[in-house]
Write a protein that binds this ligand. Structure first.
Ligand code: SF4
Length: 385
């Protein structure tokens, strides 16, 4: 077998595994709105409607396939850790409801139970290339939606889980039942029949190759759930109108501002956001720039990785703060003070507590303290799918 054949085999296997996983765990996604659709619909309804009606592009690159499957591999890893830590949990819980005629399903990655404390913790897992300081709004909205459904529909027969619980002799729970019934049948955990008697919280757990970060805890929030339901109603009515020929995709609103997800959107080819002149002759220039940018980010990642390795080596040698020499190069790991910047929100809220300063004075204080650099030109490069 040649190296390229091995990579092609890997790509086709990953694609087949992704299809099989979607079919067995998520069913036909065109027939309902998932919680991630509702969360995505808050910023770009067109992306959701296009994906629901036309599906995703059929051939994905190995890079994209690996990125998509990494999330599922992560689930197995976290499940293994929870099992080893002796936690009672279930994975892939499905909540299936209909709200004002709109079929909605949520698939919760993990739920950890604390029977004694009468507490349930929902974990929304996200596999990322690198950790960030903040959580994406759409991930937060997705988790809020899951917590909201869990709280609101707790006692109704809308919960199912056809994943066999590791280490449990109890059967999978593929028929819909109430949440307390499901917890009892699947894990033998006894929970109150009323959601208000239980502590329900959730975290967005982001995991990168080197580390992990948990955002939360979040609690059920009826207002956010209401907004998600309204978004779902809008998306569903667009889908029905387009299916019946009364409207087309061009009439669905799209994200006007910058959105990093446009680069990943399978329906960006004819998106009105990118309307403009076509000049195929520029393609070699654009491809070269795209390749260079990709090479730069790979290089930056490699530099970071090597720096981390050397920092770890210096720490193991007990030589932090001292020069360590090779033949042609030497290095030193120093502890630097953090960079001083102004947190405008914090400053505004602290100044706002001084009763004599009103909102307008605050704004003028902040703008007089602001230093604005000279305007510059930015070149945005975006892949077409
Ligand atoms: S390209 Fe961007 S704006 Fe257009 S549909 Fe996709 S996500 Fe929305």
């Amino acid at each position: 077998m040649k190296a390229q054949e091995l990579l092609s085999l890997l790509a086709s296997g990953l694609e087949a595994a992704a299809h099989a996983h979607t079919a067995s765990n998520l069913g036909d996604r065109r027939t309902y709105l998932g919680m991630s659709d509702l969360a995505r619909g808050l910023t770009c309804p067109r992306a959701v409607v296009a994906r629901k009606l036309n599906g995703e592009p059929t051939s994905l690159s190995l890079e994209t396939l690996l990125q998509l499957r990494r999330g599922h591999w992560l689930e197995y890893g976290v499940e293994e850790a929870l099992t080893a830590a002796g936690q009672k949990f279930i994975s892939q819980l499905e909540i299936s409801i209909e709200h004002n005629g709109v079929p909605i399903k949520a698939h919760l990655d993990l739920l950890i139970f604390d029977e004694e404390a009468k507490a349930v913790t929902v974990i929304e897992l996200k596999s990322v290339g690198r950790l960030r300081d903040h959580v994406y709004g759409s991930h937060e909205a997705q988790l809020y939606g899951q917590l909201g459904l869990l709280h609101r529909y707790w006692s109704q027969a809308v919960f199912a889980n056809n994943v066999f619980v590791k280490g449990s002799s109890l059967p999978a729970c593929s028929e819909y039942c109430s949440f307390s019934e499901l917890a009892s049948r699947q894990l033998g955990v006894q929970l109150p029949k009323d959601a208000d008697s239980v502590s329900i919280h959730g975290f967005v757990l982001t995991v990168a190759p080197q580390s992990a970060k948990a955002f939360g805890p979040y609690a059920p929030n009826d207002e956010v759930l209401k907004v998600l339901f309204q978004t779902g109603a809008g998306l569903w009515s667009h889908m029905e109108e387009i299916r019946s020929g009364r409207a087309d995709l061009g009439q669905v609103a799209y994200q006007q501002g910058f959105d990093p997800l446009c680069d990943w959107c399978g329906h960006n080819r004819d998106c009105p956001k990118f309307q403009g002149d076509s000049h195929p002759a520029l393609e070699p220039e654009l491809s070269a720039l795209a390749d260079l940018k990709a090479a730069r980010s790979r290089l930056e990642e490699e530099i970071k990785e090597r720096e981390e390795q050397l920092k770890a080596i210096a720490a193991i040698m007990g030589k932090s703060g001292q020069w360590i020499s090779g033949n042609r190069y030497r290095f030193k790991v120093s502890r630097m003070p953090g960079r001083a910047t102004i947190d405008q929100h914090l400053l505004k809220s602290s100044l706002g507590q001084l009763k004599q300063v009103d909102e307008n004075q605050l704004d003028s204080l902040l703008s007089s303290a602001q230093k604005i650099s000279r305007p510059f030109e930015r070149l945005q490069l975006s892949p077409i799918h």
